[in-house]
Design a protein around this ligand. Structure first.
Ligand code: NDP
Length: 327
């Protein structure tokens, strides 16, 4: 028997139940992974609350983890029992000690990278990879605005931007968080609880503003983000931490300078096997060169998944949060 988190319905953290589970049947292309560490991400909260609909109920939660292959389906070609692996885009249910997932979402984990680190970096690091390298190819010397820069995705973004020679202006909800973002590589920071995002961006860029803005906060920052873009700049709206952006009048994009907007999702940037493998290789390489250090600032037992989600939702965390099935 295994243990894991299940929800019967959408709601607050009280709907998370830590229960005995029967791992899914192993299909021909599936791999059973014994998770040593599981990543917690804001998207897990969206699935819990219902902002993103789960395919069915009861459902597991979580898409990210790292561990060891325990068993493989008869048609699996790339993995065998005993292999160290990690994943970021699995079907819901990573909040468990074992997870049965298609081999297509797994990557081999280099010996030099620990399970905790991998579970903390896969989803967030692959996100920064596609945001900075493929959705828009950032160039050295550019100045960008990146919201929630002290969060899980944010602290990786600060370091990746620095490695690329890009000046990242990071927003954060407190001076302490802003300091953290700067320590990890943000060029400048804005405490958006006390300072005007637009005024500070104008001042920091000598009125030039930014070619790209990365906004995962959503509703609360949407308008200010658009005002920080240069003419024909790109607004990357990739999350909803403060609530979703809805009811946009497209005319606003013309009024503010023929802006572009995209609302991307990691799954569409790692859908092809070769994209997943090359993105993960780039991420692991930067980690092994010491250019990206994974900040795991919250570690909790798997049974305390609700506490972990609550901490993220209430803006108490910095860096990554992981759950440990074995503790
Ligand atoms: P974070 O650790 O960044 O936590 C979210 C942060 O958002 C908080 O720490 C907080 O930082 C900030 N925030 C601002 N307003 C609010 C609010 N009202 N409620 C809660 N938080 C708020 O989470 P993750 O690293 O897991 O994810 C970051 C974002 O990136 C999320 O929106 C997520 O959905 C998105 N994402 C999108 C992906 C994609 O492909 N589209 C993939 C991965 C993540 P502060 O206090 O400093 O403001």
């Amino acid at each position: 028997m295994s243990k894991g988190i299940r929800i019967q319905k959408n709601g607050g953290i009280e709907v998370l139940e830590y229960v005995d589970i029967v791992p899914g049947e192993l299909g021909p292309h599936d791999v059973r992974v014994r998770n040593h560490a599981v990543g917690v991400n804001f998207i897990d909260i969206y699935f819990r609350t219902g902002l993103y609909p789960a395919p069915s109920f009861p459902t597991g939660l979580g898409a990210e983890g790292a561990g060891v292959v325990e068993a493989v389906g008869e048609a699996v070609t790339e993995f065998k029992p005993g292999d160290r692996v990690a994943y970021a885009n699995a079907p819901l249910g990573a909040y468990a000690d074992v997870h049965v997932i298609p081999e297509s979402v797994l990557v081999p984990l280099p010996e030099a990278i620990g399970f905790d680190e991998a579970a903390a970096v896969m989803l967030k690091g692959l996100t920064v990879q596609y945001l900075f390298r493929r959705l828009y190819a950032l160039k050295p010397g550019q100045t960008i605005l990146f919201h929630a820069a002290a969060g899980g995705v944010g602290l990786i973004a600060c370091q990746w931007a620095k490695a690329l020679g890009v000046q990242l202006i990071g927003t954060a909800g407190s001076d302490e968080k802003a300091r953290k973002a700067k320590e990890l590589g943000a060029w400048e920071t804005i405490n958006y609880s006390t300072e005007s995002i637009v005024d500070r961006v104008l001042a920091l860029t000598n009125g030039q503003k930014c070619p790209v803005v990365y906004d995962s906060v959503g509703q609360a920052t949407w308008e200010a983000s658009l005002d920080c873009l240069q003419t024909r700049g790109l607004m990357v709206s990739f999350g909803n931490a403060s609530g979703p952006v809805t009811g946009v009048n497209l005319g606003v994009l013309a009024a503010k300078g023929s802006l572009y907007v995209t609302r991307p999702s990691l799954k569409d940037y790692v859908a092809k096997r070769e994209e997943l493998l090359s993105s993960a290789a780039e991420l692991f390489d930067l980690m092994q060169q010491g250019k990206i250090r994974v900040e795991i600032n919250q570690r909790l037992p798997l049974a305390e998944a609700g506490k972990a989600q609550q901490a993220i939702e209430s803006r108490q965390t910095t860096g990554a949060t992981i759950l440990l099935p074995d503790s």
